[in-house]
Design a protein around this ligand. Structure first.
Ligand SMILES: [Zn+2]
Length: 254
């Protein structure tokens, strides 16, 4: 086993035997790995193995079984995320999505950086629903789903009031709406925003602001896309769906 230092993000941890823990960490250099922590109760590592903690870990990577953490430095705790039930729910969902999107033990530093940046921006107070939408859209490729929200499937023109067609797995411009009578009949602004989200840079994010009614339409369409093309059912997503129902009740109080 080789010892090395890598950035990592804790996805989840669970108790194992009396005082040991199994911790799943998304490492930058070696992908998602399961780590074994002996006597977790007395270990100095305990403070950094809570879910959604990022740190530089000193690890021993074992390709044929459990890996080990020797030490850590520079932990980040995402205080704002952890103090707000709503943000925490969305942050947990994007982490679960990243976990579902790629195989274990396979390095994907790009996805690692993207996930970590998403959590950092949630922690800074940027719109967590929009950040989640952007993550959901950009991670689609990892599920093998390549959808183009930029141009008409037929004539490849851009910048028009597009609709989405499941029949063609792509956009239809007004001239080609007729190709699919069962087209989605979306508000064209939904597609416009998804196109922006698919290509957005983190620097531009501050300038994106979306009204609640539009957010809801985007949410519904992305759920539809995930049902049709990805077909995973994450507990953390179900939790958000329920939370939104209850949150709505709370927000609508006179
Ligand atoms: Zn067209």
């Amino acid at each position: 086993m080789q010892t090395k230092e890598t950035k990592g993000l804790v996805l989840y941890s669970r108790n194992y035997r009396e005082d040991d823990k199994l911790v799943k960490i998304f490492t930058e250099t070696d992908g998602k790995r399961m780590f074994f922590i002996r006597h977790a109760g007395q270990s100095k590592i305990t403070s950094v193995i809570q879910p959604l903690t990022a740190a530089d870990f000193i690890v021993k990577i074992n390709d044929k079984g459990l890996s080990y953490i020797g030490d850590y430095k520079e932990a980040e705790f995402y205080k704002t995320v952890n103090e707000d039930l709503f943000i925490l729910a969305y942050a947990s969902y994007v982490a679960a999505l990243a976990d579902a999107a790629i195989a274990d033990n396979t390095a994907d530093p790009q996805l690692f950086t993207f996930l970590k940046k998403t959590l950092e921006l949630m922690d800074k107070g940027l719109d967590y629903e929009i950040l989640t939408n952007i993550f959901e859209l950009q991670v689609l490729e990892r599920f093998g789903v390549g959808l183009n929200f930029h141009e008409c499937t037929f004539c490849h023109r851009v910048g028009l009031p597009f609709d989405f067609s499941y029949k063609f797995s792509g956009l239809l411009c007004p001239d080609h709406y007729i190709e699919d009578v069962h087209r989605k009949h979306l508000d064209p602004n939904v597609i416009y925003l998804l196109d922006r989200f698919q290509n957005v840079s983190f620097e531009e994010l501050q300038s994106i602001s979306v009204k609640p009614a539009m957010k809801q339409q985007i949410r519904q369409f992305l759920d539809d896309i995930y049902d049709n093309y990805v077909g995973i059912h994450l507990k953390s997503k179900k939790f958000i769906d329920n939370l939104d129902k209850w949150g709505g009740v709370m927000r609508n109080k006179p």
